[in-house]
Design a protein around this ligand. Sequence first.
Ligand code: NDP
Length: 280
Amino acid sequence: MGKIIEGDKIALKLFKEIKDEVSKLNRAPVLGVVLVGNNFASASYVKGKIKAGKKVGIEVKVFDYPQTATESEILEKIQNLNNDEEVDGIIVQLPLPVHLNESIVVNSVRSSKDVDGFTFYNAGRLFRGKPLFKPCTPKGILHMLRESNIEVANKHVVVVGRSNLVGLPLSRLFVEADATVSICHSKTKNLEAITSQADILCVAIGQKEFIKSKHVKKGAVVIDVGINRDDNNKLVGDVDFNDVFEKVSYITPVPKGVGPLTISMLLMNTLSAYKGDFYE
Ligand code: NDP
Protein backbone atom coordinates (compact mmCIF):
# COMPACT_ATOMS: atom_id res chain seq x y z
CA MET A 1 0.00 0.00 0.00
CA GLY A 2 1.49 3.33 -0.98
CA LYS A 3 1.72 6.43 1.11
CA ILE A 4 0.73 9.72 -0.41
CA ILE A 5 3.12 12.63 0.07
CA GLU A 6 0.75 15.50 0.72
CA GLY A 7 2.45 18.42 -0.99
CA ASP A 8 -0.34 20.79 -0.09
CA LYS A 9 0.15 20.14 3.64
CA ILE A 10 3.93 20.51 3.42
CA ALA A 11 3.39 23.77 1.52
CA LEU A 12 0.99 25.06 4.18
CA LYS A 13 3.70 24.66 6.80
CA LEU A 14 6.07 26.67 4.62
CA PHE A 15 3.42 29.36 4.03
CA LYS A 16 3.12 29.75 7.79
CA GLU A 17 6.88 30.13 8.21
CA ILE A 18 7.06 32.69 5.40
CA LYS A 19 4.06 34.64 6.77
CA ASP A 20 5.64 34.80 10.23
CA GLU A 21 8.88 36.16 8.78
CA VAL A 22 7.13 38.62 6.46
CA SER A 23 5.07 40.01 9.36
CA LYS A 24 8.32 41.21 10.97
CA LEU A 25 9.57 43.12 7.91
CA ASN A 26 9.30 46.89 7.29
CA ARG A 27 7.43 46.42 4.03
CA ALA A 28 5.86 43.58 2.08
CA PRO A 29 8.30 41.79 -0.26
CA VAL A 30 7.32 42.30 -3.90
CA LEU A 31 7.47 39.77 -6.73
CA GLY A 32 7.16 41.20 -10.25
CA VAL A 33 5.68 38.82 -12.80
CA VAL A 34 6.05 39.59 -16.51
CA LEU A 35 3.28 37.85 -18.42
CA VAL A 36 3.11 38.07 -22.22
CA GLY A 37 0.32 36.82 -24.46
CA ASN A 38 -2.80 34.85 -23.74
CA ASN A 39 -1.60 31.40 -22.76
CA PHE A 40 -4.43 29.95 -20.66
CA ALA A 41 -2.19 27.75 -18.49
CA SER A 42 0.22 30.65 -17.79
CA ALA A 43 -2.65 32.91 -16.73
CA SER A 44 -3.90 30.26 -14.32
CA TYR A 45 -0.39 29.68 -12.85
CA VAL A 46 -0.06 33.44 -12.32
CA LYS A 47 -3.42 33.53 -10.54
CA GLY A 48 -2.14 30.77 -8.24
CA LYS A 49 0.95 32.85 -7.45
CA ILE A 50 -1.12 35.95 -6.63
CA LYS A 51 -3.37 33.91 -4.34
CA ALA A 52 -0.43 32.26 -2.56
CA GLY A 53 1.33 35.63 -2.21
CA LYS A 54 -1.77 37.07 -0.51
CA LYS A 55 -1.75 34.22 2.00
CA VAL A 56 1.75 35.09 3.21
CA GLY A 57 1.85 38.87 2.73
CA ILE A 58 4.04 38.93 -0.39
CA GLU A 59 2.76 41.29 -3.06
CA VAL A 60 2.67 39.73 -6.52
CA LYS A 61 2.55 42.49 -9.16
CA VAL A 62 1.64 41.26 -12.63
CA PHE A 63 2.74 43.17 -15.73
CA ASP A 64 0.47 41.83 -18.40
CA TYR A 65 1.44 42.37 -22.07
CA PRO A 66 -0.52 41.45 -25.19
CA GLN A 67 0.63 38.74 -27.60
CA THR A 68 1.91 41.49 -29.92
CA ALA A 69 4.32 43.03 -27.37
CA THR A 70 7.79 43.72 -28.78
CA GLU A 71 11.03 42.44 -27.28
CA SER A 72 12.25 45.97 -26.57
CA GLU A 73 9.06 46.77 -24.63
CA ILE A 74 9.54 43.69 -22.46
CA LEU A 75 13.27 44.33 -21.97
CA GLU A 76 12.55 47.93 -20.95
CA LYS A 77 10.01 46.74 -18.37
CA ILE A 78 12.47 44.21 -16.93
CA GLN A 79 15.16 46.92 -16.77
CA ASN A 80 12.76 49.14 -14.79
CA LEU A 81 11.99 46.29 -12.42
CA ASN A 82 15.71 45.53 -12.06
CA ASN A 83 16.27 49.13 -10.97
CA ASP A 84 13.21 49.40 -8.73
CA GLU A 85 14.37 49.04 -5.13
CA GLU A 86 10.90 48.06 -4.04
CA VAL A 87 10.78 45.04 -6.32
CA ASP A 88 12.62 42.11 -4.79
CA GLY A 89 12.08 39.26 -7.21
CA ILE A 90 11.26 39.09 -10.92
CA ILE A 91 9.97 36.20 -12.98
CA VAL A 92 9.14 35.95 -16.65
CA GLN A 93 6.21 33.59 -17.06
CA LEU A 94 7.07 31.00 -19.72
CA PRO A 95 6.39 30.14 -22.48
CA LEU A 96 6.80 33.46 -24.29
CA PRO A 97 5.27 34.10 -27.72
CA VAL A 98 7.61 32.72 -30.38
CA HIS A 99 8.67 36.12 -31.75
CA LEU A 100 10.38 36.90 -28.43
CA ASN A 101 13.84 35.47 -27.77
CA GLU A 102 13.40 33.57 -24.50
CA SER A 103 17.12 33.49 -23.65
CA ILE A 104 17.53 37.23 -24.14
CA VAL A 105 14.42 38.07 -22.12
CA VAL A 106 15.09 35.67 -19.25
CA ASN A 107 18.76 36.66 -19.02
CA SER A 108 17.87 40.33 -18.73
CA VAL A 109 16.60 39.71 -15.19
CA ARG A 110 19.17 40.88 -12.63
CA SER A 111 20.68 37.77 -11.04
CA SER A 112 20.02 39.01 -7.49
CA LYS A 113 16.28 39.19 -8.38
CA ASP A 114 16.17 35.99 -10.45
CA VAL A 115 14.00 34.06 -7.97
CA ASP A 116 13.25 31.33 -10.53
CA GLY A 117 17.00 30.73 -10.87
CA PHE A 118 16.62 30.69 -14.67
CA THR A 119 19.32 33.07 -15.86
CA PHE A 120 22.44 31.50 -17.37
CA TYR A 121 24.40 33.06 -14.51
CA ASN A 122 22.29 31.41 -11.81
CA ALA A 123 22.08 28.10 -13.70
CA GLY A 124 25.89 28.13 -13.90
CA ARG A 125 26.17 28.85 -10.20
CA LEU A 126 23.78 26.00 -9.45
CA PHE A 127 26.00 23.57 -11.34
CA ARG A 128 29.02 24.80 -9.35
CA GLY A 129 27.08 24.21 -6.12
CA LYS A 130 26.73 27.91 -5.23
CA PRO A 131 23.35 29.10 -6.52
CA LEU A 132 21.90 32.46 -5.52
CA PHE A 133 18.46 30.90 -5.89
CA LYS A 134 17.69 27.23 -6.45
CA PRO A 135 15.00 26.67 -9.12
CA CYS A 136 11.65 26.33 -7.37
CA THR A 137 10.39 22.90 -8.49
CA PRO A 138 13.65 21.00 -7.84
CA LYS A 139 14.13 22.83 -4.52
CA GLY A 140 10.53 21.97 -3.56
CA ILE A 141 11.03 18.28 -4.37
CA LEU A 142 14.13 18.00 -2.17
CA HIS A 143 12.24 19.81 0.58
CA MET A 144 9.24 17.46 0.39
CA LEU A 145 11.52 14.41 0.62
CA ARG A 146 13.25 15.87 3.69
CA GLU A 147 9.89 16.68 5.32
CA SER A 148 8.70 13.12 4.64
CA ASN A 149 11.89 11.72 6.24
CA ILE A 150 12.87 10.02 3.01
CA GLU A 151 16.60 9.46 2.87
CA VAL A 152 18.28 10.60 -0.37
CA ALA A 153 21.97 9.98 0.31
CA ASN A 154 23.27 6.73 -1.18
CA LYS A 155 19.99 6.13 -3.03
CA HIS A 156 19.73 5.48 -6.75
CA VAL A 157 17.61 8.34 -8.11
CA VAL A 158 16.33 8.13 -11.66
CA VAL A 159 15.15 11.42 -13.17
CA VAL A 160 13.08 11.07 -16.34
CA GLY A 161 13.26 14.37 -18.25
CA ARG A 162 16.27 16.61 -18.93
CA SER A 163 14.74 20.06 -19.25
CA ASN A 164 16.58 23.13 -18.00
CA LEU A 165 13.48 23.92 -15.94
CA VAL A 166 13.11 20.65 -14.01
CA GLY A 167 15.10 17.54 -15.01
CA LEU A 168 18.65 18.91 -15.12
CA PRO A 169 18.57 21.16 -12.03
CA LEU A 170 16.75 18.41 -10.10
CA SER A 171 19.47 15.93 -11.02
CA ARG A 172 22.09 18.42 -9.83
CA LEU A 173 20.40 18.84 -6.46
CA PHE A 174 20.23 15.07 -5.99
CA VAL A 175 23.94 14.72 -6.76
CA GLU A 176 24.62 17.43 -4.20
CA ALA A 177 22.54 15.42 -1.70
CA ASP A 178 24.85 12.40 -2.26
CA ALA A 179 22.44 10.35 -4.37
CA THR A 180 23.58 8.34 -7.39
CA VAL A 181 21.66 9.80 -10.31
CA SER A 182 20.61 8.45 -13.71
CA ILE A 183 19.03 10.87 -16.19
CA CYS A 184 16.65 9.54 -18.85
CA HIS A 185 15.00 11.33 -21.79
CA SER A 186 13.08 10.65 -24.98
CA LYS A 187 16.09 9.01 -26.67
CA THR A 188 16.77 6.61 -23.77
CA LYS A 189 16.67 3.00 -24.91
CA ASN A 190 14.76 0.54 -22.74
CA LEU A 191 13.56 3.14 -20.26
CA GLU A 192 11.84 0.52 -18.14
CA ALA A 193 15.13 -1.30 -17.41
CA ILE A 194 16.53 1.91 -15.91
CA THR A 195 13.46 3.31 -14.11
CA SER A 196 12.79 -0.05 -12.48
CA GLN A 197 16.15 0.21 -10.69
CA ALA A 198 15.21 3.49 -9.01
CA ASP A 199 14.89 3.83 -5.26
CA ILE A 200 13.51 7.29 -6.00
CA LEU A 201 11.90 7.84 -9.40
CA CYS A 202 11.20 11.44 -10.47
CA VAL A 203 9.23 11.98 -13.64
CA ALA A 204 9.02 15.32 -15.49
CA ILE A 205 8.14 14.58 -19.10
CA GLY A 206 4.74 16.15 -19.77
CA GLN A 207 3.20 12.83 -21.01
CA LYS A 208 -0.01 11.95 -19.26
CA GLU A 209 0.09 8.79 -17.13
CA PHE A 210 3.06 7.47 -19.11
CA ILE A 211 4.81 5.70 -16.22
CA LYS A 212 3.14 2.39 -15.36
CA SER A 213 3.67 -0.28 -12.75
CA LYS A 214 6.21 -2.07 -15.01
CA HIS A 215 8.51 1.01 -14.84
CA VAL A 216 8.61 1.02 -11.04
CA LYS A 217 10.57 -1.06 -8.52
CA LYS A 218 8.57 -2.45 -5.59
CA GLY A 219 8.88 -0.08 -2.63
CA ALA A 220 10.16 2.84 -4.71
CA VAL A 221 9.42 6.48 -3.94
CA VAL A 222 7.73 8.14 -6.93
CA ILE A 223 7.74 11.90 -7.49
CA ASP A 224 5.38 12.97 -10.26
CA VAL A 225 6.12 16.46 -11.57
CA GLY A 226 3.88 16.30 -14.64
CA ILE A 227 0.77 18.43 -15.03
CA ASN A 228 -1.44 17.24 -17.88
CA ARG A 229 -5.14 17.17 -18.72
CA ASP A 230 -6.84 13.88 -19.47
CA ASP A 231 -9.71 13.40 -21.92
CA ASN A 232 -12.19 14.64 -19.29
CA ASN A 233 -10.08 17.76 -18.67
CA LYS A 234 -9.05 16.39 -15.26
CA LEU A 235 -5.51 17.15 -14.04
CA VAL A 236 -3.28 14.08 -14.17
CA GLY A 237 0.44 13.50 -13.78
CA ASP A 238 3.10 11.78 -15.86
CA VAL A 239 2.62 8.69 -13.69
CA ASP A 240 -0.42 6.41 -13.81
CA PHE A 241 -1.20 6.84 -10.12
CA ASN A 242 -3.70 3.98 -9.80
CA ASP A 243 -1.48 1.56 -11.69
CA VAL A 244 1.61 2.11 -9.51
CA PHE A 245 -0.01 2.88 -6.15
CA GLU A 246 0.08 -0.64 -4.66
CA LYS A 247 3.73 -1.07 -5.62
CA VAL A 248 5.30 2.11 -4.24
CA SER A 249 6.27 3.13 -0.71
CA TYR A 250 5.53 6.82 -1.33
CA ILE A 251 4.04 8.81 -4.18
CA THR A 252 3.10 12.41 -4.87
CA PRO A 253 -0.42 12.97 -6.20
CA VAL A 254 -1.42 15.33 -9.02
CA PRO A 255 -2.77 17.83 -8.09
CA LYS A 256 -1.68 18.65 -4.51
CA GLY A 257 1.75 17.10 -4.89
CA VAL A 258 4.76 18.92 -6.33
CA GLY A 259 2.80 21.98 -7.57
CA PRO A 260 2.16 23.61 -4.15
CA LEU A 261 5.85 23.18 -3.28
CA THR A 262 6.90 25.02 -6.44
CA ILE A 263 4.83 28.05 -5.43
CA SER A 264 6.07 27.94 -1.82
CA MET A 265 9.67 27.93 -3.00
CA LEU A 266 9.01 30.88 -5.28
CA LEU A 267 7.73 32.84 -2.28
CA MET A 268 10.62 31.60 -0.16
CA ASN A 269 13.11 32.77 -2.80
CA THR A 270 11.34 36.15 -3.00
CA LEU A 271 11.66 36.55 0.76
CA SER A 272 15.31 35.60 0.48
CA ALA A 273 15.79 38.23 -2.28
CA TYR A 274 14.19 40.85 -0.02
CA LYS A 275 16.54 39.95 2.83
CA GLY A 276 19.53 39.65 0.52
CA ASP A 277 20.59 36.54 2.42
CA PHE A 278 21.40 34.42 -0.63
CA TYR A 279 24.94 33.23 -1.23
CA GLU A 280 27.22 35.80 -2.90
P1 NDP B 1 9.90 19.79 -21.24
O1 NDP B 1 8.93 19.53 -22.34
O2 NDP B 1 10.77 20.99 -21.30
O3 NDP B 1 10.85 18.52 -21.10
C1 NDP B 1 10.34 17.23 -21.14
C2 NDP B 1 11.46 16.24 -20.97
O4 NDP B 1 10.89 14.95 -20.96
C3 NDP B 1 12.48 16.27 -22.12
O5 NDP B 1 13.78 16.13 -21.58
C4 NDP B 1 12.11 15.04 -22.96
O6 NDP B 1 13.21 14.43 -23.59
C5 NDP B 1 11.55 14.11 -21.91
N1 NDP B 1 10.57 13.18 -22.46
C6 NDP B 1 9.45 13.47 -23.16
N2 NDP B 1 8.82 12.35 -23.49
C7 NDP B 1 9.51 11.31 -22.97
C8 NDP B 1 9.36 9.91 -22.96
N3 NDP B 1 8.33 9.32 -23.57
N4 NDP B 1 10.27 9.17 -22.33
C9 NDP B 1 11.33 9.73 -21.70
N5 NDP B 1 11.54 11.07 -21.68
C10 NDP B 1 10.64 11.85 -22.29
O7 NDP B 1 9.04 19.75 -19.91
P2 NDP B 1 9.31 20.39 -18.43
O8 NDP B 1 10.51 19.76 -17.82
O9 NDP B 1 9.22 21.84 -18.48
O10 NDP B 1 8.00 19.87 -17.67
C11 NDP B 1 7.71 18.50 -17.55
C12 NDP B 1 6.33 18.34 -16.93
O11 NDP B 1 6.35 18.92 -15.63
C13 NDP B 1 5.21 19.06 -17.66
O12 NDP B 1 4.02 18.28 -17.53
C14 NDP B 1 5.04 20.36 -16.91
O13 NDP B 1 3.73 20.90 -17.01
C15 NDP B 1 5.32 19.89 -15.51
N6 NDP B 1 5.80 20.94 -14.58
C16 NDP B 1 5.24 20.93 -13.34
C17 NDP B 1 5.67 21.81 -12.39
C18 NDP B 1 5.08 21.73 -11.03
O14 NDP B 1 5.24 22.64 -10.25
N7 NDP B 1 4.40 20.63 -10.69
C19 NDP B 1 6.69 22.83 -12.67
C20 NDP B 1 7.27 22.71 -13.99
C21 NDP B 1 6.83 21.79 -14.91
P3 NDP B 1 14.11 15.16 -24.74
O15 NDP B 1 14.99 16.10 -24.00
O16 NDP B 1 14.84 14.03 -25.36
O17 NDP B 1 13.13 15.85 -25.65
